[in-house]
Design a protein around this ligand. Sequence first.
Ligand code: PSU
Ligand code: MN
Length: 305
Amino acid sequence: MTAHLDLSPEVAAALRAGKPVVALESTIIAHGMPFPQNLAMAREVETVIRGGGAVPATIAIVRGRMKAGLDDAVLEDFARRGAEIIKASTRDLGFVVARGIDGATTVASTMRIAALAGIAVFATGGIGGVHRGAEKTFDISNDLHEMTRSNVAVVTAGAKSILDLALTLEALETRGVPVIGFGTDEFPAFYSRSSGLSVPMRGDTAKEVAGIMRAKWEMGLSGGVVVANPIPREFEISASEIGPLIGAAIGDAAAKGIEGKALTPFLLARVAEVTEGRSLAANIALVENNARLAAEIAVAYAGLS
Ligand code: PSU
Ligand code: MN
């Protein structure tokens, strides 16, 4: 598989030297946010990671090649073309590579490519999970399955409140995936800091998280580590405010017959519309906050090895 992977010179040099590197996904750019906010966000998270002493490695498929580390022209192209670019989860990788086309990587496929490249830390907005109504639709994100395979710590603002968070936590438990509340005992709900659901373990420093990662992988326990990092207080939208809006958006999606991989981008866009951009500002703030923590964890983890 590495025959299909290109590391940017900067990422390759950092990995060779054992320096901290943080992976970033590209679905959030192409499908998670509108232009031009997506481009500003993509650039800003890279700056935040550099500010934290790590090298950013945004991951995507570009003309059939898996890339870790994108130049600015590619970031801009993905941001501008947006939903025209295939949302590529792990099952799509072979197809996209064989066709020689572009693909925006999800949490799952970004984890896989990061692991292949040797990158141990990844910052996203919110991982996918078990959708509400999954008992009928079976809609459970491939992100959860990938957590059993790739040795990557994923920094996430909990899981998107468009999901069934209780079932998402159960599914993570079934898959043997550690979920660390960062500075919290509660599983954060993306737009809000609390969900009323507790996390199975807590970490208060980047060093503690790095220690858990190292111990897990040294023991041969393969798979991901979820680092659940609550949105900064000043950007939080309370569950009581956002909850009904999400409920309405889910109703709209059902009425329009939107399902499968189109569902998450539709719900994010619909919620941004009805909150007049407040949910988008919250989303951007939480991604930046996750990038900051991911850089700290990457620095701590590099210090252990
Ligand atoms: N988090 C965000 N915005 C996003 C996503 C996550 O803040 O757009 C994307 C990620 O790429 C994640 C995907 O892997 O949504 C989950 O999609 P699905 O539910 O179709 O598996
Ligand atoms: Mn799905």
